[in-house]
Structures are given as structure tokens and as C-alpha cells.
Design a protein around this ligand. Structure first.
Ligand SMILES: [Zn+2]
Length: 273
């Protein structure tokens, strides 16, 4: 079976929406950490982030901030554009990623679970993947917008919103938005679903809470659940390039349904690197 995305990325023949990348934490180590140190594959070697930003700039990508991204939603163009998003608010984002992004002049948006920042909430005990590592404090968060990193909401305590009841949805969306506003003095306009998981009711809660945009993972469905590309610590630059081509997200979605496509997608992203 031929899957066939153009990995050279040289043929922007149609209008496109910006690429949205999803990161989590970072490590100063030169190579990805072993599984025992990074069990959920969330900590990207910071030098790989630098390589990826350089690659995108060399390929002619324009780096957007949230305001630019919102404008881009209204007006797709042929030009390559990208929004950098980071989930969870781990301390390594402030220590390692923010200086690199600032040095490269790259804006970004960091999604935090405000109940975990204030200490009023705890990560859900029954979830498989929780934010790894220490989280940024409220004071540390407040310093980030000056570096070009906008803050957004990642629920209240990182609970999944899939199947959540009305009170839980309100806490994770409207209340979390209000609390982050109180904490930072700025009203967040972007939301990212914990784990990237959403359902219709969750997306409606995000919309009705006043967020201008919401981000899921690969299963996008409209302006309040836009899909993103998950950058993993083990992604070589070749794998990263493949993930950035416009067809990659469709291939990934198809791969969930068709085993042959799944094998082809794995080959493209992993074996080539
Ligand atoms: Zn998260």
C-alpha cells in the first residue's frame, strides 16, 4: 500500500492551516532518557528542540503566537506556519525551553492545570499518565509571558474531561480560566485537553467558557478541539520532518482504523530515523 506524503515538504500547492506542535517537558541530556527516567516519553532533549526550530526556520515556517494563530484560522494561506504548544507546565519548560524559544524568537503557549499550580488540586490517582516532574510555581509562570510564552488552561487538576459531569467540566474550563486569570492578571484564550482527549460535551464546555480555541491531539473536531502533532523525545530530525508534512495527521488517523496503514506510518516515522 502506498501512503506517500511528500517528506520533502516542497509542494505547498493548496491553502493550509498552521501546523501545531505539542511538547511536554525537556531535559539537558544529549539523548532521550531511558524508560526508567522518563516512563511516559515526555522529556525532549533540549538540543533536539533547537534542531527542530532551526529546521522549521530553514524550511521557511513562520512561527505564530496565539493571536497570529487565531487570525490564521480565518485565513488559510500557502505559506508554512507553525504554533508551538507545551502541555503540563513542568519546571524544565522554564529552565530549558523558555530561554531557547526566546533566543530563537519563537512564541509559544504553555498549558497548565491551575489546581496543580496552586496546590489546591492533586493529579487524578486513576489516570495512566500524569504530568512528570516538578511543576512551575505561580511566580515562575508569571515570568514566562515576558519571554514570549503565553499561558493557557489544561484543565484544573489534569483529569480527563471525557465523560465528565457538569460540575467537573465547569471546574476544568470556566473555573480554571477564572483562577488562572486571578493568578496571572491575564485572561487565557486557549485550552488544551488533558491527555489530548475530548468529547462533544467537553468541547462545548470549552467553547461556552469563552476560550477562543481548544487543542486536542490527533482526533480534532472543530475550532475547540484542533489536532496537534505530538513530538516525542525519541523523534530523530527525520521523524520530526515526517510528522510535519500536511498529510501526516490524516495518515495517523487512518492508521487507527487500518492495520496496513498503521505499519506504513510506523515505518515512516521510526524506521527512517
Ligand atoms: Zn497534560
Amino acid at each position: 500500500m502506498t501512503v506517500g506524503p511528500d517528506v520533502s515538504g516542497d509542494v505547498p500547492t493548496k491553502l493550509r492551516r498552521p501546523l501545531v506542535l505539542m511538547y511536554h517537558g525537556f531535559t539537558a541530556a544529549a539523548d532521550p532518557l531511558p524508560g526508567c527516567s522518563d516512563p511516559h516519553e515526555l522529556l525532549l532533549p533540549i538540543r533536539r528542540l533547537e534542531e527542530q526550530l532551526t529546521h522549521l526556520r530553514d524550511r521557511g515556517y513562520e512561527f505564530l503566537d496565539v493571536a497570529g494563530y487565531l487570525r490564521a484560522l480565518e485565513r488559510p494561506v500557502r505559506r508554512r506556519r507553525v504554533l508551538v504548544t507545551i502541555d503540563d507546565g513542568m519546571r524544565s519548560v522554564g529552565e530549558l525551553a523558555a530561554p531557547v524559544l526566546q533566543a530563537h524568537g519563537v512564541p509559544s503557549v504553555l498549558f497548565v492545570s491551575v489546581g496543580l499550580v496552586t496546590g489546591a488540586g492533586e493529579p487524578p490517582a486513576d489516570e495512566v499518565v500524569k504530568p512528570d516532574g516538578p511543576l512551575l510555581s505561580a511566580d515562575e509562570l508569571q515570568a514566562l509571558p515576558a519571554t514570549g510564552m503565553e499561558l493557557g488552561v489544561h484543565g484544573w487538576d489534569h483529569s480527563s474531561l471525557v465523560g465528565a459531569d457538569v460540575d467537573a467540566l465547569r471546574l476544568a474550563t470556566a473555573e480554571a480560566r477564572s483562577q488562572l486569570t486571578d493568578l496571572t492578571g491575564t485572561t487565557p484564550r486557549a485550552f488544551a485537553y488533558p491527555y489530548g482527549w475530548h468529547d462533544e460535551r467537553a468541547a462545548a464546555a470549552v467553547r461556552d467558557s469563552g476560550f477562543d480555541v481548544g487543542f486536542s491531539l490527533y482526533n480534532g473536531s472543530g475550532r475547540h478541539a484542533i489536532d496537534r502533532v505530538d513530538v516525542k523525545p525519541g523523534d530523530t530530525l527525520t521523524a520530526f520532518r515526517v510528522k510535519c508534512v500536511p498529510g501526516y495527521r490524516s495518515i495517523w488517523r487512518a492508521s487507527r482504523r487500518v492495520p496496513a496503514v498503521s505499519r506504513a506510518a510506523r515505518t515512516l516515522t521510526w524506521r527512517r530515523g
